[in-house]
Design a protein around this ligand. Sequence first.
Ligand SMILES: [Zn+2]
Length: 140
Amino acid sequence: MQCELCGTNIRGEPRRAIIEGTELSVCSSCAQYGHEVKQISSSAHHASAKAHLPGITFHAPSRRRPDMFDQMNYELIDDYGKVIRRAREASGMSHEDLALKIKEKASLLKKIEREAIVPEDKVREKLERTLRITLTEELE
Ligand SMILES: [Zn+2]
């Protein structure tokens, strides 16, 4: 039997406690933070202060695995300008040639290659596709 809150193995009988409105089988150390089912009584003045630790909020551990795709983040690489220029030059295109190909302005490309501006996603994707490069990196 494992504590449904902290996951430690419960020795002996698990304690039933109401934590955030859910009845859980918990270990004795977790039970003191919740309202133990057995202790619910009508005598209000008997509900002692130690049953309520002020400021403690429980976040029961989620059993779902984090969705990898939701958490994937991409960031533009630091030397995107250099990578674009190198790839463009390697394929023998001038700024104008490449601009024509991706239907953007050559002046925009020059600014991107100087890293004076950050390309919008749609421009970046066109550059990546046309030059067969990757301009983003995955963030942890
Ligand atoms: Zn516990």
